[in-house]
Ligand binder design. Sequence first.
Ligand code: ATP
Length: 457
Amino acid sequence: MGEVQRYSQLSDIVGLCKRRGFIFQSSEIYGGLNSCWDYGPLGSQLKKNIKDLWWKEMTNRLDVVGIDASILMHPTTWKASGHIDEFTDPLVDCKKCKTRFREDHAPIKDGVKHCPECDSTELTDIRNFNLMFKTNMGPVEGEGSTVFLRPETAQGIFVNFGNVQETTRKKLPFGIAQIGKSFRNEITPGNFTFRTREFEQMEMQYFVTPGEDEKWYDYWKRTRYSFYIDTLGINRENLQWEEHGPDALAHYAKAAVDVNYKFPFGWGELEGVHNRGNYDLSQHQEFSGKKLEYFDEVSKEKYVPFVIETAVGADRLALAVICDGFVQETNIKENSDGSKSEDTRNVFRVNPLIAPYKVAILPLSKKEPLQELAHKLYTDLNSDMAVDYDVAGSIGKRYRRQDEVGTPFCVTVDFDSLEDEKVTVRHRDYMTQQRVSIERLDEFLKEGLKAFDEFGG
Ligand code: ATP
């Protein structure tokens, strides 16, 4: 593999995502809507694969089950959770250029906060701005009809603790996982899909016996880190842990650590692992008047469990995967006259587990016998893996198109294939080619996808 360069500018990533059909601006034909983005054919498949992988890792174990709770919840939920009183950001305006921003994000010089736009120090007093979106339920607007779009998926899990525990008869420790949309009226959204007002979260609340919380907090910290390094294969140097000091802890947390990723604009939070104590269940118990206790059959005691939370944004993780995988690679190629020249290609070095397409079928010619065979291969493989089919342009161009969207294998069907019943399989990263019999193709590709790095070298 040649010399590799990551994209250092977010604008290049935004351009690439649009050009290759990963992410478009929402309502673009109307000029777009600030901070809202639409996932195109490849982006939606990539994000779905990420969510499926997370869901599988979380729920393919006996101690974690999944739920799918509604976005609109009883308004008292948010009083109990602390979101109505505490889920605020400190908002200030610059008196000079009128920019509005989060006071805690403002640059500090000589101990004084400055406007991030014009550098002025003349700022208004801080006002606390609640980040929850409000709407009305039913045809009559008014106090009694106000509901909120959930700002996190976690509360749907807490209010269902009793239902899930009773129906599954799970014993502590056990977890409940959920994937779903959340909404926050962020003061300063931005950096592409990193901070938006509508986003998807993948959260898991793990209920434990009080006193065992620190052990499980450490366990989930290790498990989640391994998800990024071992399962997803994110570059280690682009990940770091940041433990929150006592001043930076949220109102509910006993301990918290962030997994941060090195985006082109700097380090940013991907996931939080939190020890929430028994705050949430106790609050809901108090506000609802319903017991949310667990009866421990061993100690014969009743208590409110403690909770370890793991919370990651699907959109942020998709962005991290994109920033981590999109590279420009320069190879030295030998020309027919023996001279050497540089050849640069764009490659999306994404883990095959989450690549939008696993394989592309490329018939060398549009002629009927080849197309017929290629179509048959497409249909045969399609039931086992996501397959693309491309007949347009030179084979070199088609390889480049597939490289850029991260397709691990290209299968070229040529005229020899009609005779020897073999096809050429090309590896995305090593660009090596192997002749493989059509009979063995499905098995070969499956093995290759499992051990991709070792396969083409
Ligand atoms: P931040 O400090 O970046 O605002 P947070 O600490 O408030 O994030 P959590 O409430 O812990 O975030 O949410 C869990 C995860 O949800 C975050 O790690 C992030 O991946 C994702 N997330 C939170 N807010 C947004 C947002 N506005 N846009 C996209 N993803 C988000």
